[in-house]
Ligand binder design. Structure first.
Ligand SMILES: Cc1cc2nc3c(=O)[nH]c(=O)nc-3n(C[C@H](O)[C@H](O)[C@H](O)COP(=O)(O)O)c2cc1C
Length: 160
């Protein structure tokens, strides 16, 4: 029987949303967008967002509509802010970690070593990821690289 998959993500400028939607459509997964209730607009939003990411701060997020406990695998995607995950994704994982049976992670960034992000997210979730990947700016611009990484990630999830 096919596994039930939920893709959960936060995205401010659309990169993580693009990846989340592509993963969900390839797997026929449900999707949930996390809303950060803090105003992250403008240059101050950028500065304080980066600081909040770096300082491992949480935030207030909007109500979620899908119960992660009802899914075999929850795929969680975050942009990199201040060399760490976004406050919105940190908050989601903290609030839901006991409801996550099995997790996979992805991140998008300007330029970051995604292996580090996997370690941060695994530590917070309290479990190892069944798959993880990351897309830097260059990967997102190159359709071939993007498609290759996406396919590898999705196929690993299909094998679970
Ligand atoms: C507040 C803020 C902080 C960021 N900090 C980093 C960073 O530390 N390292 C990095 O490589 N990219 C950083 N970026 C770039 C984003 O990670 C990158 O553009 C990402 O793809 C944005 O995802 P989104 O379009 O889904 O919001 C930052 C962007 C923002 C808005």
């Amino acid at each position: 029987m096919a596994k039930k998959v939920l893709v959960v993500y936060y995205s401010k400028t659309g990169n993580t949303e693009r990846v989340a939607k592509d993963i969900a459509s390839r797997l026929g997964a449900d999707i949930e967008k996390i809303i950060d209730k803090k105003n992250r607009a403008g240059i101050l939003g950028y500065i304080f967002g980066g600081r909040d990411g770096m300082k491992e701060r949480t935030t207030e997020i909007g109500p979620i509509t899908k119960n992660p406990a009802e899914y075999d695998i929850v795929v969680i995607g975050t942009p990199v802010w201040g060399w760490n995950m976004t406050p919105a994704v940190r908050t989601y994982i903290e609030q839901n970690r006991d409801r996550l049976k099995s997790v996979a992670f992805f991140a998008t960034a300007g330029n970051f070593d995604m292996a580090k992000m996997t370690v941060f997210m695994e530590k917070l979730a309290g479990k190892k990821a069944v798959a993880s990947t990351g897309f830097n700016r260059g990967d997102l611009k190159d359709e071939k690289v993007y498609g290759g990484k996406l396919t590898a990630f999705v196929e690993t999830l299909r094998l679970q």
